[in-house]
Design a protein around this ligand. Structure first.
Ligand code: ADP
Ligand code: MG
Length: 694
């Protein structure tokens, strides 16, 4: 039911229901903001007892307004909310913003009222923001609506901002004003009973004025819709997300490695990563990133030059570049020569370009111009500590002149008195300013990340798999762990290679089975109590012939029987030589669905926690990105004289596991541990798998 949100974001008339005439009331603040912003539509405060409120002519009810208002901003007490919505429906209101609190967030009783509200608006096709929200802002010149409680009006700009926390949203708007960051729309979502983040993404996708999307999220409704929308939009408009609050998934009991490693927020992390969202780790980072993205052209590479009047902070910046995996640009000899021509002899013209404390505003201008023109430079970072002779504002003017019409990002650090920042807002063309080099470098890294999202190939359809009878049968018979024969068969049906195996019912038939597999073989016992087999001595590798297998099998069975471990049978498996151990897995997040995981495997996987997750199904790019995210990824490359591992085959295996997961939501957990990844072009082979079906 995708109704455009014009009635909420671009209403031609607005009623404020529950307008109080008290001078210090919230409605007074909201009416004041509407007037100050110069709202282009009509405003009808509704109050049965007052003639005027805060300078506006007042109406006793919605019915008495001169025309049916398009939008109703509702501030009545909670218990009057349902009657108010009835009245809105009766007069033909199209959109509602419910400021009133005390609904789902407060009590079960409030939640019930919220459900009734939602039923009413859904039945009539009315769209509703809130309840429990702080209002809506649209700065477009033909609308100019500030129906919110911001202490200072939002500047017009290119950032669209949605926030689950109203108070935080308002605080960000206030700070943004100081930083010169402008907004197209702001929507305080409150409880998101009807209009949610996804509805706004649909609007902002096609909203030309919006170039950057900023989301403060506490929960994620309709995760699959978010993934589809955000993956598409993020390639054209960066989406910066700060996610507050952790999911409850951390407490889930899990017997698989994958399940145990999926604690906390990994599902949301995976979703945001997969959707191409830039996740800010802190509120400050969210803000800095929005600032850089709004003002800067895209960064087409990672090579950064630092232009400074102080050595120390430039060193800090260079360290931060390394931390953020950005590169220190090498300047062309011609650029160095041109810099040397006007800088004092003691200045350094490499990178950092250290122009010494005596650097003039014109030195900054020329250095910025010259470095921007260097083909080996993708972005310029200027650092200024309070200069000795001139003022920081003069330097800022020089930088602004040098950065004029730059096609590459320029970010500027000013380590100076705080009065500089508000004063510098008046300087036209001044690049985004930061107080510390590390913050600016993080923002530069964000620009780079936005660019790599923008250049992601168009979504390649993920692999699909038809439903497996094995899983269906396990599901209808009550679920549980699949026996090894079925688990291996399932992997093979999904298209993963499995080391050849045979099952023997007892020690006496083990040698014969091993002969069919081919030597050397690995002997394993299996049974419901055998979770981590090698810990119980139930895995023996390197058996070279039937005699060794027979002895080892009898010995293993006797030992396990003595220890009281029930075995259901023996597995003889071809021994795979020289693979690198990787774990692949499937787990389910109750809210988001099936996740696939890859990590550097073996027994220490839960110690290193070097794993990466995505929502199933996945495409090749997702699989590649998952591998790139592993700290231990170099172990898969050429390593200590060995050729690189067969990464292609690993990517393929991951994509296929994703298809298996997506086709079978009944798979609650699956560990393929290890998948042995052979050297280049030789493929990868699963040697151990556990699958639990519910
Ligand atoms: P578990 O994880 O239950 O202890 P595995 O079947 O994973 O048992 O075996 C333990 C380890 O033995 C694996 O991590 C791997 O190093 C090695 N291994 C098992 N099967 C094979 C095989 N077919 N070829 C080579 N190595 C194997
Ligand atoms: Mg294992």
């Amino acid at each position: 039911m995708a109704v455009p949100l014009d009635s909420i974001l671009r209403p031609r008339s607005l009623a404020l229901v529950g307008a109080s005439s008290r001078p210090d009331s919230l409605s007074g603040k909201l009416l004041g903001n509407l007037a100050a912003a110069g709202f282009t539509g009509a405003v009808y405060p509704i109050n049965p007892k007052a003639e005027t409120v805060h300078g506006f002519r007042c109406y006793r009810s919605l019915r008495e307004a001169p025309q049916p208002p398009e939008l109703a901003v509702i501030m009545v007490p909670r218990d009057a909310a349902l009657a108010t919505i009835d009245e809105c429906i009766e007069v033909g209101v199209k959109g509602a913003v419910i400021i009133t609190a005390g609904f789902r967030e407060g009590s079960e009783e409030g939640a019930a009222v919220e459900r009734r509200l939602l039923e009413k608006v859904r039945a009539r096709g009315l769209r509703m923001v809130g309840p429990n929200c702080m209002g809506v802002i649209n700065t477009e010149p033909d609308v100019r609506m500030d129906a919110s409680f911001t202490p200072a009006p939002a500047l017009p700009g290119a950032v669209a901002f949605a926030s689950h926390s109203g108070a935080l949203g308002v605080a960000v708007l206030e700070a943004a004003r100081d930083a010169g960051l402008g907004f197209s729309h702001f929507v305080s979502l409150g409880n998101s009973a009807d209009v949610n983040v996804n509805d706004l993404l649909e609007v902002w996708d096609h909203h030309d004025r919006t170039r950057v999307i900023l989301l403060y999220l506490e929960a994620l409704a309709e995760p699959q819709r978010f993934l589809a929308l955000a993956s598409r939009i993020s390639r054209r408009k960066p989406i910066v997300v700060f996610k507050g609050g952790r999911t409850a998934a951390g407490a889930r009991a899990a017997s698989s490695h994958t399940g145990a490693l999926a604690a906390g927020d990994v599902a949301v992390d995976a979703l945001l990563e997969q959707a191409g969202c830039l996740r800010a780790g802190t509120l400050e980072e969210m803000f800095d990133l929005a600032l850089a993205l709004e003002a800067s052209p895209p960064a087409h590479g990672r090579r950064v030059v630092v232009v400074t009047n102080a050595g120390g902070p430039a060193i800090a910046a260079t360290d931060a570049l390394a931390d953020e995996r950005l590169a220190v640009a090498t300047l062309a000899p011609a650029t160095e020569q041109a810099l040397r021509a006007f800088l004092p002899a003691e200045a350094a013209v490499g990178n950092p370009v250290d122009m010494l404390p005596s650097a003039t505003p014109d030195n900054f201008r020329r250095a910025v111009e010259l470095t921007l023109a260097d083909p080996g430079v993708d972005a310029v970072l200027t650092i200024t500590v309070t200069p000795i002779v001139v003022g920081p504002l003069d330097v800022a003017r020089g930088i602004a002149a040098g950065a004029r019409s730059a096609a590459k990002p320029v970010l500027s650090v000013f380590m100076t008195h705080s009065g500089f920042f508000p004063a510098s807002r008046a300087i036209a063309g001044l690049p985004p300013t930061f107080r510390y080099p590390e913050a600016a470098v993080r923002a530069l890294a964000g620009l780079g990340a936005a660019e790599s999202v923008a250049s992601r190939p168009a979504a390649i359809p993920a692999a699909t798999m038809s439903r497996s009878a094995i899983v269906e049968r396990a599901h209808v018979t009550g679920g549980g762990y699949l026996p090894p024969a079925e688990a291996f068969a399932l992997l093979e049906a999904a298209g993963l290679a499995v080391a050849p195996w045979r099952i023997a019912s007892d020690a006496d038939s083990a040698a014969g089975a091993a002969g069919e597999v081919g030597f050397p073989v690995v002997l394993k016992a299996f049974g419901s109590g055998l979770v981590h087999k090698s810990e119980l001595g139930a895995v023996i590798v390197g058996l070279r012939d039937g005699r060794e297998v027979g002895e080892a099998a009898r010995d293993m069975c006797a030992r396990l029987a003595l220890a009281g471990v029930r075995t259901d049978g023996l597995l003889l498996q071809r021994q795979v030589q020289g693979g690198r151990e990787v774990i692949l897995g499937i787990t389910r997040d109750p809210a988001i669905g099936s996740l696939v995981m890859v990590g550097l495997g073996g027994v220490a996987v839960e110690v290193w926690k070097d794993v990466s997750f995505r929502i199933a199904p996945i495409g090749r790019c997702d699989a590649e990105a998952m591998l790139d995210a592993l700290a231990g990824a170099p172990l898969l490359g050429a390593f200590r004289g060995r050729p690189p591992a067969d990464r292609e085959a690993l990517v393929e295996a991951l994509v296929r596991l994703g298809a298996l997961a997506a086709a079978h939501p009944e798979i609650e957990e699956c560990d393929v541990n290890p998948l042995l990844v052979l050297d280049q072009k030789r493929g990868c082979v699963a040697v151990d798998v556990r699958v639990r079906v519910v």
